[in-house]
Design a protein around this ligand. Sequence first.
Ligand code: ATP
Ligand code: MG
Length: 364
Amino acid sequence: MTLTTTAVLRPHAEQAYADELAALAAIDDRPRPPGWKLSPWAVTQYILGTTLDDGTEITPKYVGSRRLVEVAVATLATDRALLLIGVPGTAKTWLSEHLAAAISGDSTLLVQGTAGTVEEAIRYGWNYARLIAEGPSEQALVPSPVMTAMAEGRLARVEELTRIPSDVQDALITILSEKTLPVPELGIEVQAKRGFNIIATANDRDRGVNELSSALRRRFNTLVLPVPQTADDEVDIVTRRVAQLGRNLDLPEVPASLTEIRRVVTVFRELRNGVTEDGHTKVKTPSGTLSTAEAISIITNGMALAAHFGDGVLRPADVVPGILGAVIQDPATDGVVWHEYLETVIRDRDDWHDFYTACREATH
Ligand SMILES: Nc1ncnc2c1ncn2[C@@H]1O[C@H](COP(=O)(O)OP(=O)(O)OP(=O)(O)O)[C@@H](O)[C@H]1O
Ligand SMILES: [Mg+2]
């Protein structure tokens, strides 16, 4: 079933950025690895953004180190798979979706890893009605996204790999080393076409949940996605994503106030790092992650508040509820941390009076 892209809430990357991908394909005269829609160079341009000679804007998707993206793209052109790890909200999922869109033109071959993921989700399952009626046949076989990716020479994505039980993870070992998926019931095998590979993501915080076996780890190149290095980088990421999301959601036009974005990012970074941006004051760290992703959603929610209930301008009162929600995860301990930060750091900042007042009003 295909839906028109204008009606869906969240189009896949290859739909949302179809124009950019087509423009890149048109000018891309560099060698493409077998099965790839674009050359590694063009994939990197798609991810990092550029302006083409004919004036076409390629918007940056991932904001960060060029080398990191090059390593990711180069890995996918080899016979090793790619594992993106990092703390929550560092764009692991986001980057893997865009890599799959640019390389295979399809980001939808996805296995969502959970504690309940079974081997069938990685290998194949059966349509039991057909299986019982007709016996085992290719028509009764239900391929997993990984099997489809192998048959079609595309990228498959495995999200949250370390949440998958270890014995199920191990189903990937043969697939990655032999590049084949046998179906003993039918006496056949699906051999991976060129262009097949796997991008997996795993969350740092889940480390130890289901450790990757060393046999599996050896089949992956691991890349750590860092948290944004500077406040300016993080403000840049939030500003771009908020603008994109606002367009997608058709929010009434609210100018994304740079002041409020900067404040949210500053508060998050200071609490995350345990020290103020000027390095002078130590602060306690609350239990939440306070990721860039959360900053993005706080600003987006704030814009919805401002548009529908405010005066169309993003004000401190529109972002403070979101900040409090993210910071005070555990009312007892985080509440104290927040109060101390509010009274020792925020209160004394010259141009933060309106923000301080909004925080006080929201907590009392
Ligand atoms: N460096 C970055 N460049 C561009 N966008 C970023 C960056 N860091 C975070 N984001 C944005 O943050 C949001 C969340 O990213 P994503 O869901 O991919 O995080 P994740 O690393 O998969 O987190 P989790 O571990 O919770 O699954 C996305 O909208 C993404 O655009
Ligand atoms: Mg993710």
